[in-house]
Design a protein around this ligand. Sequence first.
Ligand code: GLU
Length: 407
Amino acid sequence: MIAKRRDSAITKKMKQLSDRINSLPTSATLAMAAKARELKEQGKDIISLSLGEPDFNTPEFIKEAAIQAINEDYNSYTPVNGYLELREAICKKFKRDNNLSYNPNQIVVSTGAKQSIANVAQVLLNPGDEVLLPAPYWVSYSAISILSEATYVEIPSTIDTDFKITPEQLEAAITPKTKMIFFNSPNNPSGTVYTEEEYRALAKVLEKHPQIYILSDEIYEHINYGTGNFSFAAIENMYDRTITVNGVAKAFAMTGWRIGYIGAPEWIAKACNKMQGQITSGANCIAQRATITALEAPVTKIGYMVEEFNKRRDIVLDLLGKVKGFKLNKPEGAFYVFPDISYFFGKKIKGQKISNASDFSMLLLEHANVATVTGEAFGAPECIRMSYAASEDQIREAISRIKKIVS
Ligand code: GLU
């Protein structure tokens, strides 16, 4: 009774919050991770395949760089766009890994790639502008567009086309109001990797529409199982219209360090610097110093993690492929599988009617103690996302539990 009264008082208070926050969806990835954590704390044996976060520790050589930075008294405010030394290291990284030439004035370091993306959206979008989101897309792209008062337009794809959009679809989605498109390869949630040829075909369409800016989110570039990464800005006439987003979270197991960055046309970088200067200022000093060391190291130093993810991907595909109702493609990057589970729609499992992916994801949480994320949040309501950034034992156990529940 008391709890009920308290809840209704909170609901009343929430009406006083801004329309902006009340219309903003909660991050489905973070919400599911929080739910899994809460259930674990209650003593439940939950296997969390919800959050996209490497289960490795940050490599020793990066940790040592951070400790050294503390001992060297790096403790003051940092330049808003990042230490010059870090921006220089980022320029070298862009040249080495992506064949992109940026100068330090084109780089802005942020508190995670998510902030980098939010900065770009805030400085480029006006109310009423349209943002194209090839679906499936990461949950925060739509929310960040909403925060910028833009309208997001999904370009759908299915597992049958390996979750890739075609140039024809892109052309059809463009209107005079289109201002930006988000590309993300390797993709979260599908693991899809666009080839150079496919990107060039999409660029041909964008060539005809010079008002459109391209945000290319390459945060998973190193977690790639063969095709190799191709940066959208490497297409000659796209460089001046593309913002390349990256960070150290995924490749270097540094999610909590919160360092992301962009390479962009200088006028956009300048605007992001201005935006960030009024919101968070420069990113954390210790994490920035450690990032210099991370980016200057040869990429082979993190190869052991990629190898392990690759191995786990194959295990997931093998085991999940044997579970009736899970339709899979072969992800070429990132650490997610995104099965189409629409086979279960309309069926009753454990007395529960499955009408959509959210129902299915909840079923797995409640009856198999396995946390996944519904595809609805990614613009693909027939799928669920499962992260295999978990130990092999956990992966095997999770899939065995799922199999028991659904068969
Ligand atoms: N990007 C990760 C994910 O998709 C971390 C959570 C988030 O920021 O959405 O799971």
